[in-house]
Design a protein around this ligand. Sequence first.
Ligand code: NDP
Length: 315
Amino acid sequence: KTVCVTGASGFIASWLVKLLLDRGYTVKASVRNLEDPKKTEHLLALDGAKERLSLFQADLLKPGSFDKVVEGCDGVFHTASPFFIHSANPQEELIDPAVKGTLNVLSSCSKVPLMKRLVLTSSVVALMYSGSPLTPEVVVDENWFSDQAFCKETKLWYPLSKTLAEEAAWKFVEEKGMDMVTINPAMVIGPLLQPTLNTSAAAIFRLINAPTYPNITLGCVHVKDVANAHILAFETPSASGRYCVAESVVHMSELVQMLRKLYPSFKLPDKCSDDTPIVKYQFSKEKARSLGVNYTPLEEGIKETIESLKEKRYF
Ligand code: NDP
């Protein structure tokens, strides 16, 4: 079977390419810049890459850019999307590449009649910001949709980009009669295959030597479980709709505690950045479990993240 992975040089996608090659797939992978060895070397070094991986250059904002990559594919995993939190120009830097890029990829897919399914990497941020209060009893599940107006008012630009992209994708596939499943992961942790520091690994890395920890509660999930969820979503004919993928929900103070226990020599903050009340909530694990997703315990994921950053000489 031949499948396509967009944004293959990224944190999640690199693991996805690795697991797909391990399972015997032939992979057509897109990267934004083929000339940059930091984006390609780790992919070309994967087991099976010589025989079954081909790389293509494609930009989310260039119409038709993905035609050649998706051609002849049984399935497409669309992961490419800008992921960063602070942006001076969110429309140009986050929203356009997410939304127009997704429609660009989908439009290329719609020209491949034999394609069975598209798996879109969305996010829990496309479902949790509905405007409803988040409390410890609340279980956020796949029926939730983030509210665009709420995201705009609260300047949640990255969540807005993911919400708009997912909504546009559902509308497009409905109109064209295409089969799509979305994976909506929480913050993804675990070992890095790529040499560069991605946003979610950076959130852990930045706690070390920081004066305070941010007053943020987030869901966490291991990168291998997320990559596996994508593959299960493609391979399971009955898979449908959205899959929220989150192992646990923790406040940053709990992550700091865990790091302190695992690495007593690290200099870690004891104070929170502000004293507003801590928000706590839960994510539903049921639907992803029914797909066969197993969750690696959080502590293991945190340890593997740090060990991988050490190996890559971030310390
Ligand atoms: P990365 O930043 O590692 O990967 C993002 C990928 O998107 C990169 O390959 C990047 O290419 C590519 N990309 C961005 N802009 C463009 C563009 N204009 N044209 C072509 N490619 C582009 O992040 P992650 O692996 O963490 O994220 C992958 C996906 O998972 C994203 O859709 C993200 O929203 C989603 N996600 C991530 C979570 C996490 O905690 N990591 C949680 C939930 C969802 P380049 O390397 O050239 O910049």
